[in-house]
Ligand binder design. Structure first.
Ligand code: SF4
Length: 493
């Protein structure tokens, strides 16, 4: 079914990744600039705010602001951040609370110690944790400052003396013991990079939902959400931070402790869309995984067509795989403006009505009269694909066969990815055949969940696949399954 406006409907927002984190311990290096470039490589993971905290061993300075990394920092701002430890963060809010107060790194202190923290993920028991801080349960932290997000609650707990059987951060065990006591109480997804005046820390929740890797610099160490961020600062990949692991890095070297038994369930959607293609997760390149998914898609859902085109950029590797396996030529049929989606200038109504054309424009010469296979990474609400199919037909395509390099997204994510509610997810209430009719395609094929899992190289038992199959690694109450985030204070990170 083609919409009467010829497809010029506003496109869906893409699935929104919750954040990128980066940490560096490197005496003698300009750590603020290393953090800047690390965040620059992680910009795709969060584009609403950015921040860097730096310690010189005696005090921590934080600079954070709304906007892209390159908008938030300039040369003078980075020059002012002097020290040998840095924590950086770029953020999407998962509940719409896109304010400066929720930008990260968060910062909390006692007279004896300060903590700056960046978080990728989403906690699902924030109110419970906030109640530990006392008062109204809204998470009054030290100094009576109300906590504004799950991340802020966690940071406040790290320096609080109110955690039952906890160890205050100003006790001899310091922030390390405090964190080791608090982290087992947190439920949900968290890949954390944090620091006090002397030490850089990294921690990953027992499920390891979100990625986190350790890298080595000449004379220093780096922790980052993705291996691509190690590459940009010239750090060599060492290993992944393990689920349930807390790593401490300072002048005494790198120490590791396990604060909870690991139950690995890494996010399968990182392979589909979230991670950069030049990142490696669990030893498998994301690009190679996406190409393999495309090959599998061609086997599972072949098509009679003249040309395979990707929806750029994220559909490109799977389109390459589809073309390889099917023998149908690969080509570009859509041109993407990579920058327009992140402008802070609100489009006028006339521009807004152009919908998808703000971002994608067809190459008429390449597609006119052709039977197309169009490979996209995923379908969330379906509005984008409906507009896309209409746009390709308008540009002269003879047929449009949509192939999707993920399984149907049928359930919301509670672990840091903002898809939509179940009611908004088109596959939550329509079958593939109905979705095909709804978006107006000649045919539609999704890769099977088995095929997608196999391409990742990991067994299903080590993955979270909940947005595809509803099997949440941390159980979600039936009443909450239709929501898209849990917990009123759970402003995600
Ligand atoms: S529900 Fe989906 S997006 Fe969320 S962590 Fe699991 S696999 Fe990833």
């Amino acid at each position: 079914m083609t919409p009467p406006d010829g497809g010029l409907v506003p496109e869906d927002p893409p699935p929104r990744e919750a954040c990128g984190v980066f940490g560096v311990w490197a005496p003698g290096e300009d750590v603020a600039k290393l953090a800047y470039y690390g965040l620059y490589a992680l910009q795709h993971r969060g584009q609403e705010s950015a921040g860097i905290a730096v310690s010189d061993g005696n005090r921590i300075m934080v600079h954070k602001e709304m906007g892209l990394v390159a908008q938030v920092f300039d040369e003078p701002a980075l020059t002012a951040l002097r020290g040998h430890i840095a924590v950086g963060h770029c953020r999407y809010s998962t509940t719409g609370a896109s304010t400066w107060a929720n930008a990260q790194p968060t910062f909390r202190f006692t007279p004896a110690v300060s903590v700056a923290l960046g978080h990728n993920g989403n906690l699902i028991n924030t109110r419970e944790l906030a109640a530990l801080l006392g008062d109204s349960g809204q998470g009054q932290g030290p100094g009576g400052i109300a906590a504004t997000s799950d991340t802020d609650v966690l940071t406040a707990l790290f320096v609080s003396d109110r955690v039952p059987s906890g160890s205050p951060a100003d006790a001899p065990g310091g922030v390390e013991d405090a964190a080791a006591a608090v982290l087992p109480l947190a439920k949900g997804a968290y890949s954390l990079v944090f620091m006090d005046e002397q030490t850089l820390y990294a921690a990953r929740d027992p499920h390891g939902f979100r990625p986190l890797v350790l890298g080595r610099l000449d004379g220093g160490w780096v922790v980052a959400s993705e291996t691509a961020a190690l590459d940009i600062v010239g750090a060599a990949f060492v290993r992944e931070i393990e689920p349930g692991e807390l790593v401490c890095i300072n002048g005494r070297g790198v120490r590791s402790r396990t604060f909870a038994a690991p139950q690995p369930s890494g996010c399968l959607f990182e392979y589909v869309y979230l991670a950069r293609p030049d990142t490696t997760i669990s030893g498998r390149g994301v690009h190679a995984t996406r190409v393999a998914v495309g090959r599998r898609l061609a086997a599972e859902h072949p098509a009679e067509a003249d040309l395979v085109i990707p929806v750029p950029e994220s559909g490109t590797p799977a389109a390459i795989g589809f073309a390889e396996a099917s023998g149908i030529p690969f080509g570009q049929g859509l041109v993407k403006n990579s920058y327009v989606g992140r402008t802070f200038i609100q489009p006028s109504q006339t521009i807004r009505e152009r919908g998808i054309k703000l971002k994608l424009n067809p190459l008429r010469d390449a597609i006119a009269g052709r039977r197309l296979v169009v490979v996209d990474d995923s379908i969330v609400r379906g509005n984008t694909q409906r507009a896309l199919v209409a746009m390709l037909r308008e540009a002269g395509a003879a047929q449009v066969h949509v192939r999707v390099a993920s399984s149907p997204v049928t359930w919301p994510c509670f672990y840091g990815i903002d898809f939509a509610t179940r009611a908004e997810l088109i596959a939550g209430h329509l079958s593939p055949a109905e979705i095909c009719a709804s978006i107006g395609a000649d045919s539609l094929g999704y890769v099977s969940l088995e095929g997608l899992t196999e391409a990742s190289g990991l067994p299903a038992s080590r993955l979270c696949r909940a947005c595809f199959d509803g099997q949440y690694p941390i159980p979600v109450a039936d009443d909450d399954r239709g929501k898209h985030v849990l917990d009123g204070l759970g402003v995600g990170s």
